[in-house]
Design a protein around this ligand. Structure first.
Ligand code: COS
Length: 386
């Protein structure tokens, strides 16, 4: 048998426990947190107690030592119920803890990872800047070596950095320009910056349309001093670290899309079976039944693509192309299912009382965050030789 689509007992148990948590602990609070645009420290800590932090980090650094598919299943189960809590977990694991684990030296891993595997600490991924989004090499934030003080001095700003401005934030991995390469392009390097470093101002960004209960920060660096010991990887390796981290991160954004789509399908089928028009459940009308069938088919296709990408990642095969495809396709399926679900709910789908309304708003982020749909198409086209 070349392919095996069964899930292990261990994975099923993990799914059940995360799903139970999402439905009993997150669902009752999701609407209020969304309305108040409030990041919940207690929910974050509870997710830490459940073992959702440091998912793929080995136990010797305090992590859970899960394989990648298990981690993806965690994100998916959360996203079925609430995009904001799924975002906290996905961003922390993929973009916060992962680069330290993959590129940090032994001293850095021992220093930072244990706290980041408990839910007591969050870590942000400082790539995007006001004028460096899709063009991530266009960073203007600089890090200059100060020979007298023997440290790097960072100046500049970052924007839209998930988990970077909460009380739980311990630090941020920051990409900065450290010089010029021989080909004239910026030399980019990564630094592990303490959240409470002198000269660093962190502000929570408000008035978001989506993921309103997740923490999004803007950061200002005014002569922030960072010791040599907190350079991540090598000087000049920063862009490669950031890009490889995004390849991984795109799998978890895809999982958010798949989870959101599954959640939308589940709530829409339930509603369509209960709601009656013309003397029968609307699910019995072909116009609605076919809509639901289309949603179910797209969910199935998205799942196949994402799980294949995870398999490639966890069996050490190249996965950048298929990760970009999974991110792109799952986010499109999420948006499709949220819209068609909302359409099926009719007027009720426009009311905050029903979670389909929140799913509809949250889906929009997925085609923009961690690389827009256009950037995914660019990445895919380069992989196929364009
Ligand atoms: N893995 C490893 N290295 C990579 C890489 C990857 N996925 N992608 C690019 N690189 C390397 C290239 O090999 C090249 O290395 P050399 O300098 O040694 O030749 C270097 O990075 C520059 O590559 P390239 O010239 O292709 O980069 P571009 O400026 O054209 O940008 C894209 C490439 C557009 C793909 C990149 O900027 C990108 O992903 N942008 C979107 C950023 C994003 O997702 N932001 C959202 C963050 S929200 S958390």
């Amino acid at each position: 048998m070349a392919y095996d689509y069964s899930e292990s007992e261990e994975l099923k148990m993990l799914r059940d426990s995360v799903s139970h948590f999402a439905r009993t602990e997150i669902a009752p609070l999701a609407k209020e947190l969304d309305e108040k645009e409030q990041f919940s420290i207690s929910l974050t800590q509870k997710m830490g107690e459940l073992g959702l932090f440091g998912t793929v980090v080995p136990q010797k650094y305090g992590g859970q030592g899960m394989d990648y598919l298990s981690y993806i299943a965690v994100v998916e189960e959360l996203a079925k119920v609430d995009g904001s809590q799924a975002a906290t977990i996905a961003a922390h694991n993929s973009l916060g803890a992962a680069p330290i684990y993959y590129y940090g030296n032994e001293e850095q891993k021992k220093k930072f990872l244990p706290d980041l595997c408990t839910g007591k600490g969050l870590w942000g991924f400082g790539l995007t800047e006001p004028e460096a989004g899709s063009d991530a090499q266009a960073s203007r934030t600089t890090a200059v070596w100060n020979e007298t003080k023997k440290c790097w001095v960072i100046n500049g700003s970052k924007i839209w950095i998930t988990n970077s401005a909460s009380e739980l934030t311990k630090g941020i991995t920051v990409q900065a320009v450290t010089g010029r390469r021989s080909d004239g392009r910026a030399e980019l390097s990564c630094f592990l910056v303490d959240a409470n470093a002198k000269g660093l101002t962190r502000r929570a960004m408000k008035d978001k349309m989506m993921w309103r209960a997740s923490n999004t920060g803007e950061l200002y660096f005014d002569n922030v001093e960072v010791p040599e010991s907190l350079v991540l990887g090598q000087i000049g390796q920063g862009f490669k670290i950031m890009m490889e981290t995004l390849d991984n991160g795109r799998l978890s954004i895809a999982a958010m899309g798949l989870g959101l789509a599954k959640g939308a399908l589940e709530m829409t089928v339930k509603y369509a079976n209960e709601r009656k028009t013309f003397g029968q459940s609307i699910s019995k009308h072909q116009a609605v039944a076919f809509k639901l069938a289309e949603m179910a088919m797209r969910v199935e296709a998205a799942e196949g693509l994402l799980y294949k990408a995870c398999w490639q990642k966890q069996t050490d095969r190249p996965f950048g192309k298929v990760a970009a495809m999974a991110k792109l396709y799952c986010s499109e399926v999420a948006e499709y299912c949220a819209r068609e679900g909302q359409q099926t709910f009719g007027g009720y789908g426009l009311m905050k009382e029903y979670p389909i309304e929140r799913h509809y708003r949250d889906a929009a982020l997925l085609r923009i965050g961690e690389g827009t749909s256009e950037i995914q198409r660019l990445v895919i086209s380069r992989h196929i030789g364009c």
